[in-house]
Each structure stands twice: as structure tokens, then as C-alpha cells.
Design a protein around this ligand. Structure first.
Ligand SMILES: O=C(CO)[C@H](O)[C@H](O)COP(=O)(O)O
Ligand SMILES: [Fe+2]
Length: 221
């Protein structure tokens, strides 16, 4: 296996009125990248922010790696604006998309890496046919839409199956991940760890980030 352990805090439950400062604090505390949750109120029953907010954040934070987790019905609609906003990794859900290959190509042509996400109810086999075009696959460990939910350990067989078949693939998990659940994710084979509430709400963010990275590193060696 030659994948790197990376911790990407989700700013979903941070103080969004103070997004740049909250994001910089996470980066200063050791975050490897920022996971920005974009929700359209249709694909999921919640609404967050779009490309204008991401662009404003990019103006303040020049070099960090930005992932947008696109929980939207029409991911093709936001490719150009998100590329213009300075997004590095454009992760979209395959469920509402008719032609995943085509949308992935458009993401690449716009200069971003491709992330493909599945909801808890989606079989890993549905993702398999697109793995070759993906830079990252995201296995959701909560029903998308809200931060602070409980981790679904029964998603781990998907991660195990992906790791067994794709030793060098970047496999991300998202939802309810923190110090209590990290071992389970790392053991299954996840190497990109999204963590919202557990990091953002921590008294010592640096310690929580370091602790989770250490656990993942033990399994990625
Ligand atoms: O995509 C998401 C929700 O749909 C968030 O990234 C995720 O929930 C992170 O927050 P937490 O760690 O608090 O669960
Ligand atoms: Fe997310």
C-alpha cells in the first residue's frame, strides 16, 4: 500500500461567519486539507454555501488544498465556478448523475481532481466501474446532510473491499469520524479522514488531528 494518511477537517459545524479564521486555525493545527461541504437543499435536506463563499475563502487562504464535497443534484452545473474559485478536489455523489464518466472528464478538464462519493445506501459495486477515473473515492459514514451524526460502522466492509482491490487508491471516509471511530476506519483501509465536530469542537485541535493521523499512519505503512 502506498497511500498517505491525511486529515481533512470539515468546517460544516464551524462558525461560518468567521470561516477564514476558523479554517486558518485548523490548518495551523495540522490539517492536511480542508473539506468544504456544499449542499443544495435538493440532493440533501440542508443548505450551506456555494462557489462565492469558496472563492472568498480562497482569497484569504492562498495555498491550502481545498476539497468541495458536492452534495448537489447537478454537480455538472458547478464545475466551472468551483474551478474558478480555486478548488483542488471536486468530490461529487454518483447517485443523481447519469453520466459519471462525462462529469468526471469535465472536472479534470477544468483542472481539478475527481472525487466520487457514495451514500450509505449505495453499493460499492456501483462505484467500482468508475474507480479508474477517480483520484479519490468517498465512502459516506453518515447519511449526508448534517454534521454531528453517529458513525455508521456497517459502512466499513465497503472500505475494506475497496482497499483489498485498490491498494493505492485514496479512500476517504466522512461522517461521525473522530478519535473514538478512527481505528475502525484506519483498520478498514481509509487514508483520507474527514472529521467535523470532533476536530472543530475540540479544546486541543492539534492533538486530535495528530492522534487521528498517527492511527491512520500505523495502518498505511
Ligand atoms: O458531509 C458531511 C455531512 O453530510 C460532513 O462532512 C460530515 O458530517 C462531517 O461532520 P461530522 O464529523 O461532524 O460528522
Ligand atoms: Fe462532507
Amino acid at each position: 500500500m502506498s497511500v498517505k494518511a491525511k486529515i481533512g477537517p470539515s468546517i460544516l459545524n464551524a462558525d461560518l461567519s468567521n470561516l477564514a479564521a476558523e479554517s486558518q486555525k485548523l490548518l495551523d493545527n495540522g490539517a492536511d486539507y480542508l473539506h468544504l461541504d456544499v449542499m443544495d437543499g435538493t440532493f440533501v435536506p440542508n443548505l450551506t454555501f456555494g462557489h462565492p463563499m469558496v472563492k472568498s475563502l480562497r482569497n484569504k487562504i492562498k495555498t491550502a488544498f481545498f476539497e468541495t464535497h458536492m452534495m448537489v443534484q447537478k454537480p455538472e452545473q458547478w464545475i466551472e465556478p468551483m474551478a474558478d474559485a480555486g478548488v483542488n478536489l471536486y468530490t461529487f455523489h454518483i447517485e443523481p448523475v447519469e453520466d459519471v464518466d462525462k462529469v468526471s472528464r469535465l472536472v479534470q478538464e477544468a483542472g481539478m481532481k475527481v472525487g466520487l462519493a457514495i451514500k450509505p445506501g449505495t453499493k460499492v459495486e456501483d462505484l467500482e466501474k468508475f474507480v479508474s477515473i477517480a483520484d479519490v473515492v468517498l465512502v459516506m459514514t453518515v447519511e449526508p446532510g448534517f454534521g454531528g451524526q453517529s458513525f455508521m460502522a456497517d459502512m466499513m466492509p465497503k472500505v475494506e473491499w475497496l482497499r483489498a482491490n485498490y491498494p493505492n487508491l485514496d479512500i476517504e471516509v466522512d461522517g461521525g469520524v473522530g478519535p473514538k471511530t478512527i481505528e475502525c476506519c484506519a483498520k478498514a483501509g481509509a487514508n483520507m479522514i474527514v472529521s467535523g465536530t470532533a476536530v472543530v469542537g475540540a479544546i486541543d485541535q492539534a492533538e486530535v488531528i495528530r492522534e487521528m493521523r498517527d492511527v491512520v499512519q500505523r495502518y498505511t505503512k
